[in-house]
Design a protein. Sequence first.
Length: 92
Amino acid sequence: MEELANALIRAINSEQIVVNRTNLGGRFDVDLTWSSEPLRASGSNAVPGGAPLDDGLILSTALQEQLGLKLVLRPEPIDAVVVDHIERPSPN
């Protein structure tokens, strides 16, 4: 599950982090199909705008429907390094 959480961080391509709160151990073989942008119907073509199509699942919907996992947005404490000042070293 930790590997899936890390893969989701790369998949959403954002500065948000994904924390595994499932308490599931071991290895899992998952197959997840999703679209970075939901497909929408307009007439006979799938285009942005209009009603969502079933085959254009967004990531959170795909996780819940295909794997039974739910993404919950909430604040979490994280370890961070903050650099508030930097100087060039003096020549010796």
